[in-house]
Design a protein around this ligand. Structure first.
Ligand code: B12
Length: 248
């Protein structure tokens, strides 16, 4: 039985590490979070298998966009598919099933503040499969309020800042069976407490776009956005040096 707050990975099944990236989106319109794409590229480059689970296309309660529509700030939108989406209960069971089927070694959660609230709700409604994954949380909410994240007993680590280098170190450590409790930029829970490792230097501006985000995780639905009362297909402009991508 694996220790809950393990900090060293022993991959016994001779397979590539499995990473599930989770975005507990509180919105119901498609979105392509850059962080998700970047984490995926880094994980795949480190020889990991990646899958993506998101809560976008489930029928959640009113979203920020819908609230703006109800006050008249935004034009009400025709053509939104939300009412056809599966219920929030299905979200819980789908996530649970995805965890059981994919058996991630790492569950990487990308959160803004509203998303963190939804993720906690989701965690109350599922039970983690064994062996339990190492759960790491990053994103704006983790940066501005890491204490509120690490305090949750299901969390193994929090990323405090830009994730590129810390995540790459974590992926390498997992691949090679290394220790992860001392990785700079992460707070890591150990059996004896939380290791609050130092933050990293900011990535210089000319290297910010070095990593091309992995867009293979996203489909057509992610490009639809309400605009002027209708769902329209939007363009995504990526400044990556390796290739310029225009989704139109
Ligand atoms: C682009 C953007 C949008 C876009 C795309 C959103 C998206 N989900 O991708 C659009 C226009 C759709 C949008 C909408 C909204 N946004 Co917005 N948005 C931004 C903006 C300007 C940049 C975000 C970004 O792409 N950064 C680049 C990526 C690479 O950085 P990152 O996400 O921080 O990820 C890095 C690290 O945090 C870390 N990391 C992130 N996740 C993880 C996970 C793990 C496991 C690890 C290890 C590391 C890690 O590594 C990444 C690489 O360094 C930020 C402002 C900002 N300066 O951050 C606001 C911001 C995130 N948005 C905000 C808000 C409030 C919203 C809305 C709720 C607005 C509204 N009322 O409708 C909606 C929510 C939509 C949604 N459900 O996601 C707030 C969030 C505040 C908070 N405390 O939660 C911000 C911070 C703006 C602000 N200052 O208020 N937004």
């Amino acid at each position: 039985m694996k220790e809950k707050y393990f900090t060293k990975f022993y991959l016994t099944d001779n397979m590539n590490p499995r990473i599930m990236i989770m975005f507990p989106n509180t919105g119901s319109d498609g979105v392509i979070p850059l962080a998700v794409g970047i984490l995926s590229t880094i994980a795949k480059n480190a020889g990991c298998e990646v899958c993506y689970f998101e809560s976008t296309f489930y029928n959640k309660s009113n979203t920020a966009t819908e609230d703006h529509e109800s006050t008249g700030e935004f034009k009400a939108v025709n053509g939104r598919k939300k009412l056809e989406y599966p219920s929030i209960k299905r979200l819980y069971s789908d996530f649970q099933n995805a965890l059981v089927l994919f058996k991630p070694h790492v569950l990487a959660v990308h959160v803004n503040s509203l998303e963190w609230e939804l993720f906690k709700e989701i965690m109350k409604n599922i039970s983690l499969p064994t062996p339990i994954p190492f759960i790491i949380v990053g994103g704006v909410h983790a940066i501005i309020d890491p204490e509120s994240v690490i305090i949750e007993p299901f969390v193994n680590a929090v990323c405090l800042g830009e994730g590129e280098e810390a995540w790459a170190d974590l992926m390498r450590a997992i691949r090679n069976g290394g220790e992860v409790s001392g990785i700079a930029g992460l707070w890591v829970r150990t059996t004896t407490g939380v290791n609050k490792n130092p933050k990293r230097q900011l990535i210089p501006a000319d290297r910010l776009w070095d990593i091309r985000a992995d867009y293979s995780l996203f489909d057509e639905r992610h490009l639809l956005k309400p605009y002027d009362g209708e769902m329209r297909r939007r363009a995504l402009i990526d400044e990556s040096k390796i290739s310029q991508s225009y989704f139109i």
